[in-house]
Design a protein around this ligand. Sequence first.
Ligand code: SF4
Length: 318
Amino acid sequence: MGGEPLMNFDLIREIVEWLSANPLSVPFICFASTNGTLLDDERMEWFRKYRNILWLGVSYDGSEYLQQINRGAKAGIVNFDYFHDVWPEQGFKLTIAKESLRCLAEVILDSQKKGYKIAASLAQGIDWSDDDAELYLEQLSLLSVAYLADNDLTPINILSRALYEIDNLPEYQHRFCGSGVYMITYDIDGKYYGCHMFSPIVMGEESALEISKIDWMCETIADDDRCKNCLLKSYCPTCMGLNYHFRGEVSKRDFRSCKMILAEAIASCKFQIKVLTTRRNSLIKEDAYYAQAALGAYPLLSELSIRNSISPYVMGKI
Ligand code: SF4
């Protein structure tokens, strides 16, 4: 949503202590994303006490420089070990920016070797260039080599995404998240939205009427007509909230990210096939499923190149 929740720590404390004293009859947790800069000893102790009710997800971009650029705060003043210790199951959120591409593999591997769980995703609204996409592919390849050499490292989410239906395009693009179906956001006035991204505090009051007309259950809600024949139409991630916010339609994707998604697909395909061939004796069921999808995608993806292919990535036009 933007903003730093811990700036309103007193309200968080009031809500959580009330919930703790008046437990609900349904399972619940409270969650907040934070840049981690507003924690002193007293707050750390308080969060630790209520760790089962309230989870904090910290944003982590690696070096001092990157943390400063992406979060406006120096990494040195954030105690990442504290977050890892209190909520070990909660991954750190790493946003991949242009400035982080050059050292991406190093940053991710350093963090994973410290035991941190990392969930990485591309920064949104960026005008990515071919050079960026080539550099990204290079860094993802370095990560693949490291994961294949060390079974104890968990491959980053980007390399583990299944290459769904690349060799068998579906009729329409599926939704990429549970917004409006498995997830609903209730605002303080009782009105509900697909997710928090559609609430007035994010989209503005003036969008409320149009948003209320969205048919969340519509099967083709995330289908972008321009991607109709793209080989990556099932693989390509999308955020309906950001699509609506920046392009006025929940299905309208940002084509400036296409080559970065292509880099992810090429790197993941090679990685997932190598997992199949190098770990034959220790494959789990999911590995085989992913590898099967990757094997189907390989002949098509190997025809594509970052520099020469233009999205949508259509066979015969490659
Ligand atoms: S890569 Fe580009 S053209 Fe292909 S599905 Fe994604 S947004 Fe559409």
